[in-house]
Design a protein. Sequence first.
Length: 107
Amino acid sequence: MRECEETNRHTPPYALLWGLVGDLLMDHRETGTFDEPVVVRLPAGKRMVKSARDAAELLLYHWPIGETAQRIVARMACMRVLGGGGEPKIAREAFLAAAKEARILIA
């Protein structure tokens, strides 16, 4: 306990906070990894989606069709994972359904 107090006394508070934020971000990235990647075809070419983070980025910014119920469900499932309250497996399944609907899934 004494060592920790000494370390904290000499470490600027922002450095301690930055370390905690970095740890949290790393945990979220790790929990978002899919067991198996999903391969989709976009106008820019093939893309391997390996995590809820990758899927959310596609669903938000690069989706080839308009807003649909499947897309919304998939996006919400991915965001839950990134927020620490969802399972990557569920996000992957939702993303698969949305990709099939958009006809971009490569089997």
